[in-house]
Design a binder for this molecule. Structure first.
Ligand code: GTP
Length: 790
């Protein structure tokens, strides 16, 4: 049988993986044209099967010679001991997969909400993504969140776990249309066959709609490609009809080709493929595939689709800030401000390697990074040595990393989120060039804290060094030193995030005791206070006047027409002087003054007056400062600013305690709705924002969707064969209501087991930071008790 070109690739694969050949990956790492590079991510809800799918991709592309298993803790991408113990992804792993002349740089991101920042920073460097769904659970809350975060990134959809009892391809497709609000393009649909000697149906392959073939996998994962039988012809034809109708909206070639024969089965697959690619890049409608990664079914067509349909680096414009002009020149190289000698890259991830030290993952947007050269970070030159390309956890040394590629710089001085600049001919960069930055990755505020106490005074240094290292890897972790108590407070995004951080600190051989995990309370000002201080020192008289006010919730709501300096934790500084005015005063340079005042303020906002917690949401003003003309001592200014602010902060009665509030989204079975709402509103002091209705048939759910008309026009095949076994099992669009509420984070600690108990494991929930809110006076005692235990 002669196979269509793409399916020949599938056949070819079986032999590629048999002779695991490192030269395949080696040559592909350095020589691939940009049009054949794919920087893509895998995103999904926790446990949808991202790691399992990645392991199969590595195996079928010949990178690995055996399949790693999440449940046995021997996967390639989850290589941290903490990941293998728990069977979850914590760090995004970046691996390079060669596929039929393409180089797929793939990032497997964590699904757990505590590691959202890992997802956000990976999204920054991705050109496309594969969204993996569990065919039993449908679109889950975390998927909706990541979908929102990845807006603008072209995606494919892979409906995984089709082998599970209760799996429903059709219902999951409807869930995609309704919850993710997108049109879909069914590229393959499930194929079932009867288990010999029983009436049971087994998922064993896919009907390839575009190439009109049946792809089957036998028990030994051998692929066979067969003609479509008469029994499946109608399904394929109907799916093709829907494809042609949808694609015809954006590509006339599809319609023209259809009118030649007026037969949907006769539209050539090449024309469909070109239109599917166009549609994916424009995010008009997204291709859908299905499989069961654990059973090794459906992964090769998915890889093929990632190569065919997702964008190359040349098709995504880099997010560079300032007055920059970004132009695409040949070979996918973007030229910034007309300067074709400039290399611009983003450090998006840092990991500690016990042998190599800090490995900094970078995405290069323009020019090329060269080993043993000078790079510029934050305006300062840094000498770098080796450059690497990672094949899962195995590095390959390379002499350069060109535009469009992801690679690794081995260097201890870089942090996640920093822009890396260099001259392609190793020359010095000018100040204008040094001001170019790739827009930074916004770090969400940490909402949980834990106290970390070095075992002995001698252990303190080791603990701080280990913390410093963790912080370079993960900027969503923060730590603060309490000078008075000697305690170190480590803050992160969730209980699991901190648990893993503490575990990692221990692996770094730090010796310490930890306290209980608690939410990160803050203190804030309730009104407006001011203070003026005159200090006489060595016959110098210095007068500082400052005020503190409540800060509007967001920086953009701050009064306009003034310059503000961000002090962190939603605290801002306003200085009453303009640079021009200050220049006339013949005193210390304006920038020196600003740096000193900012440092003084940053130090002061670390301790509020009630429980010595960091301040949040304050607006500090330097109203006036009088210093003698020849006064140049900036460190004294820092001290005077702190003394003045101390006068304000000690007025305890004008301050209050704040706690983090969360936006909670829950999918709850109708039967459990009453008890869940009761628990949320009374025991957990939450406020319900809205309750959206879903329905078992999927029809009423779709009615309430903004994509109603789309879902009605999209054909989804009926799963007759599977219907009997799915009854009552599919949990996606199944008798569910979606509850949105705002709840104090404190009340959500350990919520999952209690929700499971309340709903017999039927409900799922997800939460996101909403903001800080003042707690009522009557709860101060409660918080005080909590802080004492902490
Ligand atoms: N039945 C079945 N189970 C699967 C399939 N794919 C994955 N699993 C199982 O689902 C569980 C979760 O799989 P993972 O690959 O760790 O999922 P993940 O999305 O990477 O999870 P996180 O990284 O923790 O977010 C494991 O027990 C897998 O064995 C599948 O196709 N069918």
């Amino acid at each position: 049988m002669s196979l269509p070109k793409s399916l020949n690739n599938l056949g070819r694969l079986v032999s590629i993986r048999c002779f695991h050949n490192s030269t395949i990956s080696r040559s592909i790492a350095t020589n691939t044209a940009v049009s054949k590079i794919r920087n893509i991510g895998i995103i999904a809800h926790i446990d949808a099967g991202k790691t399992t799918t990645t392991e199969r991709m590595l195996f079928y592309s010949g990178v690995t010679s055996r399949i790693g298993n999440v449940d046995q803790g021997d996967t390639i991408t989850d290589f941290l001991p903490q990941e293998r113990e728990r069977g979850i992804t914590i760090q995004s792993a970046a691996v390079t997969i060669p596929w039929n002349g393409y180089k797929i740089n793939l990032i497997d991101t964590p699904g757990h909400a505590d590691f959202t920042f890992e997802v956000i920073r990976s999204l920054k460097v991705l050109d496309g993504a594969v969204t993996i769904l569990d065919a039993v659970a449908g679109v889950e809350s975390q998927t909706e969140k990541v979908w929102r975060q990845s807006q603008g990134i072209p995606k494919l959809i892979f409906i995984n776990k089709m082998d599970r009892e209760g799996a429903s391809f059709g219902k999951t497709c409807k869930d995609v249309i309704s919850k993710l609000g997108t049109r879909i393009l069914l590229c393959n649909v499930p194929y079932y066959e009867t288990v010999p000697g029983s009436r049971e149906m087994k998922f064993s392959g896919v009907l390839d709609i575009v190439d009109k073939k049946l792809i089957r996998w036998d028990e030994n994962e051998k692929i066979s490609v067969e003609e479509i039988s008469d029994a499946h012809r109608e399904t394929v034809s109907k799916c093709r009809e829907s494809l042609v109708e949808t694609l015809g909206e954006i590509d006339e070639a599809v319609i023209d080709s259809f009118f030649e024969t007026e037969d949907y089965m006769e539209v050539p697959s090449d024309i469909l493929k070109t239109a599917i690619r166009k549609s994916t890049l424009q995010q008009y409608a997204l291709p859908v595939f299905c499989g069961a990664s654990f059973k090794n079914i459906g992964v090769q067509p998915l890889l093929e689709a990632a190569a065919l349909y997702l964008p190359s680096p040349a098709e995504r414009i880099p997010d560079v800030s300032g007055n920059t002009k970004v132009e695409l020149v040949k070979d996918g190289n973007f030229v910034i401000n007309g300067n074709d000698k400039l290399t611009v890259a983003l450090a998006f991830k840092v990991i500690t390697d016990p042998i190599r030290g800090l490995m900094v993952f970078v995405r290069v947007y323009s020019g090329k990074l060269t080993s043993n050269s000078t790079i510029y970070v934050n305006g300062s030159p840094i000498k770098i040595g080796k450059l690497l390309i990672m094949h899962a956890d195995k590095p390959e040394e390379v002499s350069e990393i060109r535009a469009g590629n992801i690679g690794v710089i081995v260097n201890d001085n870089l942090k996640t989120g920093e822009t890396v600049l260099s001259h392609t001919q190793k020359k010095k960069l000018q100040s204008k060039e040094l001001s170019i930055t790739v827009n930074p990755i916004a770090v969400p505020p940490p909402v949980f804290s834990i106290s970390v106490e070095p075992k002995t005074t001698g252990d303190r240094r080791g603990v701080e060094e280990a913390l410093g290292l963790l912080m370079k890897e993960d900027p969503s972790l923060k730590y603060a030193n309490d000078e008075e108590t000697g305690q170190i407070v480590l803050s992160g995004m969730g209980e699991l995030h901190l648990e893993i951080a503490v575990d990692r600190l221990r692996h770094l051989k730090a010796k310490f005791e930890v306290g209980r995990v608690m939410v990160s309370y803050k203190e804030t000002i309730l009104g407006s206070l001011s203070a003026e201080k005159t200090i006489t020192e060595d016959s110098n008289e210095i007068n500082v006047a400052m005020s503190m006010d409540v800060n509007p919730k967001e920086a953009k709501q701050l009064p306009k027409g003034r310059q503000y300096f961000d002090l962190g934790d939603n605290n801002f500084l306003h200085v009453a002087y303009e640079p021009n005015w200050w220049e006339n005063k013949k005193v210390m340079p304006y920038q020196t003054l600003i740096n000193a005042v900012t440092s003084g303020c940053v130090g002061s906002v670390q301790r509020g007056p009630i429980f010595q917690l960091p301040l949040n949401s304050t607006l500090i003003s330097l109203d006036s400062i009088e210093i003698p003309d020849d006064f140049q001592n900036a460190s004294r200014i820092i001290q005077y600013v702190r003394m003045t602010l101390m006068e304000i902060i000690k007025q305890r009665d004008f301050f209050s305690v704040m706690e983090p509030m969360m936006n909670v989204t829950m999918a709850v079975h109708h039967e459990d709705l009453g008890s869940v709402i009761q628990d949320l509103t009374s025991a957990r002091k939450g406020e319900i924002s809205s309750i959206d209705e879903d329905d078992t048939s999927g029809e009423s759910a779709i009615k309430m969707l903004k994509f109603k008309e789309i879902s009605e026009s999209q054909y989804v095949p009926k799963e007759e064969a599977h219907e009997s076994s799915v009854k009552g099992k599919y949990t996606g669009l199944n008798n569910q209501s979606v509850v949105h509420a705002v709840v104090p984070l404190k009340e959500m600690i350990g919520y999952l087991p209690s929700l499971r108990k309340l709903t017999k494991g039927r409900a799922t929930f997800d939460m996101e930071f909403n903001g800080m809110q003042n707690i009522t006076r009557d709860r101060l005692d409660e918080v005080e008790k909590e802080l004492q235990i902490f």
